[in-house]
Design a protein around this ligand. Structure first.
Ligand SMILES: NC(=O)c1ccc[n+]([C@@H]2O[C@H](COP(=O)([O-])OP(=O)(O)OC[C@H]3O[C@@H](n4cnc5c(N)ncnc54)[C@H](O)[C@@H]3O)[C@@H](O)[C@H]2O)c1
Length: 408
């Protein structure tokens, strides 16, 4: 079969599965079922709601849900599938090691439930070698299932735009699986890159580790500059301005979230813990909240109220998974008189509105540079820590006011 009719996405109501399902369904020629174990997400999606922030997704979901797209917790849909795509999470454990046993358990269950001649696509980010081990499991069971590894490379919040523009990496051990996976993704993207499965697994991990390392370089330089009493962004601006070779010099900021650190650690485990740059990047990025705390210690913290604005792991997102704002909150709670937290998008009953947090605090730390904070009124007497350089203009005004003797 060259045109898959019935596509099931396992983990289909998550950050990767749902945008993919919407895009596949909106391209037509397929019935797409989102299979998920989270009944509340399935209910939300079935009513046309996206359970998280994703630009443009809700409008498109409402066009296809109940038509070519449906969501369910019922795994019997697997028996009718021509294509099964799994995007369940692949976290690291409490020892910071990849956890593959849960993934294998999940895959074994899927293999039992799907029929023969199915194209089975692994789309989660996996530890290198996992595709081969899954392939061997299929052969051991003498199943006629065509396995491919096709990693997801979107950035959360930009999924709909990136799914249809980024090239798709496609990898399989057999030509039939390679061909069917290529045809599947050519429905949504104009460009396919073909690799072997191990190459593709490393390509995905290199991508995320590369980004994590880049942020670590900037965060290290930020800490070097600030510890010397200098403004990192004056130097950053001088370095990149009209100097194309340094265009990729990232801004500093909390480099966190569900993927970058986890995937750097997967690569570290794969290298037998010889990926020294990865470990160094982890120490730097995860150490940024500690650096902020150490800088604030001179401000008589035990008598100060600190506000953290932005608890999501990145700007204009409601995703607080592995956010460093929460790590900073924990550290500050030991030292400061009070810690107040705000975020316009994150669902957390302990959060308060940003304006209230600003009013009640002495020190303000920008945790995530949400656009909603761009024009937030912050009185000049407040101490502001803005690792991202988001309010640079305002900081410049503060500096000028201090120089002009207007502020102490
Ligand atoms: N979030 C991203 O931006 C991103 C980007 C590229 C790749 N990835 C990778 O994609 C994978 C999924 O990440 P995510 O952010 O979408 O995670 P997620 O937690 O948002 O989504 C996973 C979904 O799987 C569901 N699920 C868990 N176990 C299940 C099971 N046994 N059967 C059916 N559904 C099940 C969960 O309820 C959840 O809805 C991970 O490997 C991640 O590294 C994520």
């Amino acid at each position: 079969m060259t045109t898959p009719e019935n596509i099931v996405i396992v983990g289909g109501c998550g950050h990767v599965g749902l945008p993919l399902g919407i895009v596949l369904a909106s391209r037509g020629a397929a019935e797409v079922t989102l299979l998920d174990i989270d009944a509340s997400k399935v209910a939300a999606v079935s009513h046309g709601h996206i359970p998280f922030m994703e630009a443009g997704a809700e409008a498109l979901l409402q066009k296809v849900i109940g038509e070519r797209l449906r969501a369910t917790v019922d795994p019997t849909c697997l028996a009718r599938a021509d294509v099964v795509i799994t995007v369940v999470g692949t976290p690291v454990d409490e020892h910071l090691n990849p956890t593959v046993t849960e993934l294998y358990r999940n895959i074994d269950t899927l293999l039992e439930q799907m029929g023969n001649d199915v194209l089975f696509v692994l789309r989660s980010t996996v530890f290198p070698g996992v595709t081969k081990l899954v392939y061997d499991r299929i052969r051991t069971r003498a199943r006629q299932i065509h396995l491919a590894f096709c990693p997801e490379r979107i950035a959360e919040g930009k999924a709909l735009e990136e799914l249809v523009t980024l090239p798709q990496i496609v990898a399989a051990f057999e030509p039939e699986a390679q061909k069917r996976a290529r045809e599947l993704f050519l429905r949504i993207t104009p460009s396919i890159i073909e690799l072997t499965p191990l190459e593709a697994e490393l390509a995905k991990l290199f991508t995320n580790s590369w980004r994590y390392l880049n942020f670590a370089v900037s965060n290290q330089f930020y800490m070097l500059a600030q510890a010397s009493g200098l403004d990192f962004y004056r130097i950053h601006d001088a370095v990149i301005r009209e100097y194309p070779r340094m265009r990729s010099f990232a801004r500093a900021g909390f480099a966190a979230g569900p993927c970058l650190l986890k995937d750097t650690l997967q690569l570290a485990a794969f290298s037998g813990n010889q990926f020294f740059m990865g470990h160094a990047a982890m120490l730097i990025n995860e150490g940024l909240p500690n650096f902020i705390l150490s800088q604030l210690k001179s401000k008589n913290l035990s008598e100060k109220t600190v506000a953290i604005l932005g608890m999501a792991f990145k700007a204009d997102s409601d995703d607080s998974r592995d956010s460093l704002s929460y790590k900073l909150k924990k550290l500050l709670q030991v030292e400061a008189r009070e810690v107040l937290c705000a975020d316009p998008y994150v669902k957390d009953p302990s959060l308060i509105p940003a304006e209230q947090a600003v009013r009640r605090s002495d020190i303000i730390v920008l945790g995530a540079p949400h656009s909603a904070y761009r024009d937030l009124e912050i009185p000049l007497e407040k101490i502001v820590v803005d690792v991202w350089g988001f309010w640079n203009v305002r900081e410049q005004k503060t500096l000028e006011a201090v120089q002009a003797g207007k502020v102490g």
